[in-house]
Design a protein around this ligand. Structure first.
Ligand code: CA
Length: 241
C-alpha cells in the first residue's frame, strides 16, 4: 500500500474542519487538524505535511502571516480557504505565496480538484515565472505547442498574437492554478506594467473568441472575479453541441 499524503487542515470552525477531514480520509489522504495558527506552525515544522489547507481567519493570527513565515523556508503547497467576496484577501494571500484558494462554501469535487492541482505542481516542479521553451500542454480540445509558439483547438492553429500567446502559455505553465492580474501583467509587460487590468481584459476577450466555443461560458480560460485567471487542467465535459 502506498504511503498516504499528509494534509494539514488549519481551520477553527470544527464543522468545516470535520467535513474536510472526512472527505480527505475517504479519498486516501491522511488529514491532520490544527485549530489555530500557533498549532499549525508547530505541525508544519514537526510533521512536514505534503500540503496545507489554510483558513485565513484564524483566532490567534492572520493566515497571511502564517503563509509568509512558512514561505521563508519551504515551498510546501498552501491552499487557502476564504469567504466569498473577500477578493482582496485572496490576492494578498496569493501574493504572499499561497498556491491557490478555494471559496466557502465549496463542494467535495472542487476541494479534491484543487488538492490534486497543488500536489501535481509540486511533483512536476514547475518553475515560477519562466515560460517553457519546448514541449506541449494538452487539455481537452486545447493544445499549447511551446516549440512552435502555437495554440491549437482540435489540432488547428488559432493564430494568437504574440502577447495573446504569452498570456495563454503562462497560464498553461501553471494550469489549474489562479494567476493574479498583477502577476500576469508583470510577467508579460515587465515590472513597469501599470496595475490597470483593462489591457489584460481586452486581450482575454480576444483569446476567448479564438479558443472558446462560447466565450460567455468558457471551458478553458476562467475568470476568477477580482483576482485573476485560471486555465483548465482537467478536460471539460463536452456537451456535444
Ligand atoms: Ca475562521
Amino acid at each position: 500500500m502506498a504511503l498516504k499524503q499528509k494534509i494539514l487542515i488549519v481551520e477553527d470552525e470544527a464543522r468545516i474542519a470535520n467535513f474536510m477531514s472526512a472527505v480527505l480520509s475517504a479519498h486516501d489522504y491522511e488529514p491532520v487538524l490544527a485549530s489555530n495558527g500557533r498549532e499549525a506552525r508547530s505541525l508544519i515544522n514537526s510533521l512536514c505535511p505534503d500540503l496545507v489547507i489554510l483558513d485565513l481567519g484564524l483566532p490567534d493570527m492572520d493566515g497571511v502571516d502564517l503563509i509568509r513565515s512558512t514561505r521563508e523556508w519551504t515551498q510546501l503547497p498552501i491552499l487557502v480557504v476564504s469567504a466569498r467576496m473577500n477578493e482582496r484577501d485572496k490576492v494578498t494571500a496569493l501574493d504572499a505565496g499561497a498556491d491557490d484558494y478555494i471559496t466557502k462554501p465549496f463542494g467535495t469535487s472542487e476541494l479534491l480538484a484543487r488538492i490534486r492541482t497543488a500536489l501535481r505542481h509540486v511533483r512536476s516542479g514547475a518553475a515560477e515565472s519562466s515560460i517553457p521553451s519546448g514541449g506541449v500542454f494538452r487539455v481537452g480540445r486545447l493544445t499549447i505547442d511551446y516549440d512552435k509558439h502555437w495554440v491549437l483547438i482540435d489540432g488547428k492553429n488559432v493564430h494568437l498574437t504574440q502577447n495573446e500567446y504569452k498570456i495563454v502559455s503562462l497560464l498553461g505553465l501553471h494550469a489549474g492554478k489562479v494567476l493574479t492580474y498583477d502577476y500576469i501583467l508583470r510577467a508579460i509587460w515587465g515590472p513597469a506594467a501599470s496595475g490597470d487590468n483593462q489591457v489584460l481584459r481586452v486581450h482575454m476577450a480576444h483569446i476567448r473568441r479564438k479558443i472558446e466555443r462560447n466565450p460567455a461560458q468558457p471551458q478553458y480560460l476562467f475568470t476568477e472575479v477580482g483576482v485573476g485567471y485560471r486555465i483548465a487542467d482537467e478536460a471539460p465535459e463536452e456537451s456535444g453541441n
